[in-house]
Each structure stands twice: as C-alpha cells, then as structure tokens.
Design a protein around this ligand. Sequence first.
Ligand code: ATP
Length: 497
Amino acid sequence: MMDKEELLSMCKRRGFLWRSAEIYGGEAGFYDYGHLGAKLLDSWKQKWKDFFLGLDENYHMIYTNNIMPHRVMEASGHVDHFSDIMIRCERCDSYFRGDHLIEQETGENAEWMGKEDMKESIKELELSCPDCGGDFSEPEDFNMMFTVSLGPTGQKTGFLRPETAQGTYINFRREYRALRKQMPMGLATIGSAFRNEISPRQVVFRKREFLQAELQIFFVPGIHDEKFKKKYQEIEEMKVNIRREDWDETREVMLKEIDDIQPFYLYHLGKMYEFYTDIMKLSSKDIRFRELSDDEKAFYNKIHFDIEVNFDTLNGWKEVSGLHYRSDYDLRQHQENSNQSLSVSTDDGKKIPHVIELSFGIDRNLWSLLDKGYKDDDRTWLDLPKEITPRQVAVFPLVRKDGLPEKSREVFDKLRSDFRVTWEKSGSIGKRYARNDEVGTSYCITIDYDTLEDESVTIRDIETTEQIRVEIKELNDILKELIYGRKKFKDHMEQED
Ligand code: ATP
C-alpha cells in the first residue's frame, strides 16, 4: 500500500506539488503546483471541459470573480450558516474539527452532529487533545469564509468565495438572455475557492485555497428536463457502484434500477461515473456514489450523492466530488435579496429554475490520480491516463555523440506540436527510463546508431517496458493511435513478429 509521505516526496522532488511558501516554512492548507503538476492540472481541466460541456449544446463556460460582495454571501446563506464546529484544547490552544476527532475514534461519519451531540459524544468517548492530552473547551461555531476589506477605508467588506457556484447563480439572468432563453442551461466554471479550514490536512485534500470545477444546470422540473429522456435511455443500463442512504453496503446496480430518482439527475450521475472510469481511468472497484442522509446534507439539497474514491494514501473512502439537486433555493434567495426577477417564462407561467450541480474538487481529483497511479513494485512508475499525463513522450539520444543528439532534436521537434514531450540527454538510458517511469511518461523514444542508417527509432511502453521499432515518418501517427486508445501496444508488437 502506497504511503502518503512517499508519494508526496516524489511530488516535491519531481515538480508536481509542494507546500506554498516553503522557503519560509510554509503555511498549513496551502500548496503550489510545479511544472509537472501544472501540466497535469491543465490537461485534467481540458478533459473536464470537453467531457461535461459536450453533454449538451447549451452547456457553456463562464469565469467569475474570486471576491464576492457581502450581499451575495448573505443571500446565499453562507454568512449565517457556513460554519464547522470547532473545539479547542484548553491546555495547548490547538484547534480541531469536532466531527473529525469523533470520526477518527469511531470510524463513523460525524458531520451531521450539532454542538450538543458533539459535546455528549466527546464526553462519552473520553476524547482529549491528540497533541497534548489536554481537555477540550465547549464546541463552538466557526464561519469558514475569509473576509476581505474593499477600498482604502476598509469599511466595506466582501468574502473570498468559498465555492465557485455563487458567481454562476448571480450571472444566471444575464446568460439566460444572452443565450436567447434556451433551457435547460448549463453554466460551468473552473477556479479557486477559499475556506478557512480549522485543521487543514492530508496534503491537498483539505486546503484553505483550492480549485473547483463546477457545472450548474438550470431547469424547470417537468418541462426542461424532458429533453434528456432520450439521452438517459441510451445509458440506463449502465452499472454504477452506489451506496444508498439506508443501505449497509455498496452495491453495483443499473441506473434504471434506481427508480425513485428522476432520469435527468441519473443521466448526470451516470456521466460523472463515466468520467471517472473512462477519462480518469480509475478502476470501478475504487469509486462509488454515496448518498448523504438528511442529517448530513444541506437542507435545500433534495438529493445529494458524493463520489468517493478509495484512497491508499488517505485511509480509504473520501469525497472527491458531488452531485447535488439544490431545488430552486439558490435563484429564489438571490431573487428575494436582489429584488430582480430570476424567473423564466414557461407555458405554465413564470417559474424560478431549479439547479443540479456537478461539483468537483480539482486538487482531490488530481491526488486520486497520483494515489491510484503510483506503483512501487519491482520498479517505481506512475500509471496515469495517457491523455492526461503531464508527459506523454520523452525523446533520448542513446549517447551524447556521433550526431545522435542532433538527430534526436529533429525527432523531438517533429513531435512537439502533437504531444506533451520532453528531450533528455543526461544519465544512462536506464536512468532516463527510470526518471520518466516515475513521472508517468507514457512512451520513451530512443534514437540510436541504426536510426542514422534506416530512419527508425524504438518506442518503449511505460506499462510493460516492452519496445517496438518504428519508422520516424510514422511516429506521430503511431503515438496518436496509442495515446488515444485506437490501437494497443501489444497489437504493434504482434505486427512486428
Ligand atoms: P468536506 O465535507 O470534505 O469538507 P464539502 O462537502 O464541504 O467537503 P463541497 O462544499 O461539496 O465540499 O465542495 C465540492 C468539492 O470541493 C468537494 O467534493 C471537494 O472535492 C472540494 N473541496 C471542498 N473543500 C475542500 C478543501 N478544503 N480542500 C480541497 N478540496 C475541497
């Protein structure tokens, strides 16, 4: 089983991610992405956009502000309710999330607990400070938003957004008109969110500044969701791992067996699952949907499933994204507080649209790729989806003389516009393979003396370490076939035999 520290050490050493402001000792809850991490992030974002915006012609990207005016976050309910329960050690003054301490002790989710339940439970379990053994203070609410002052006097305040969603809701009316009142309408956004987490931990899993990719779909139930009926029928036999709120275990079921949830929601649930299996290439045994109970979910969420991944480095199942049916709560709140109509016209009169939200925490998703991909058996290698991996191809000259470096630069230049590719000449070939295996380079191309004679090169496959020999003129096409899954490496090997 992969150890968190070992994976993090590779990430730091090789340019994926590390603590922000490291040279000053760092600050809990902040991480930066290095050159490989940034490439991984960019390709994941691109795949996310291609996949989810591709679900309907009326799903679009927008970008909105990080700083939200006070009134917006008041209307959304965050000023009054966006809090976690904090407990403080009376001896060493350390702060903890009460539910997390209880969860660690019992193995049971404790997010649903209020202050009174928590006080009781801490007493019953005889919990004390994990740092010094001291006693805890009374549980208290802690609002997790970062306040920012606006302008020179500091009298006006706003908030760093704790989720990207509100920026989308407040732009609903403008986009509805700009898009000529087509419904259902999907508005997606990717950007930073900020939460003053009480105890940031588990590398990028609980950060204070993190990245979200969210798609908000606006529709009037019974009217606009009809459009997806046919699309849903095409996937209704798809099997997903799911744990309903009242089940004791996860079961594999067909979407159509979940007959108490409307097809519009199930269609997006199926597509999220497909994103994890087909695009992120996670094994279905490592992913599941978990339905939240009424105690756990926000009161306005009619249906709430989290997607969870079974992490090796983070002790098991953890939330990476969610699918929320938020009813008409959001637009209703903003309509009431802004005094602007956010309703749409239907044959049945004016209606406030409802929202289905697909919400992904990007950092957690990237960590799941690293966690599931990092293999340390007879060699260390990173098994990432070839379309997402930060480095798809590496090109090496076998030796640093006799014209091989120059020839390999030619090959490198030929590949650059089609792939994420690097050129390396230092160290032995074995070391170069090992370095590239560790960061998930799908294919290594070696230029040797034969190349100068017959214009052919070797391609080495990261998964099997097998090699094939191909002509340079065919190289781009063959790599495309391999990376985009049109042909397998072993098919090429069989062709050679
Ligand atoms: P949690 O219960 O773990 O605090 P949440 O249910 O509050 O998360 P949401 O508000 O649903 O999370 O946010 C959507 C997504 O944003 C989550 O599924 C997660 O991937 C990501 N996310 C939330 N909080 C953080 C954080 N502090 N650091 C990194 N990612 C986060």
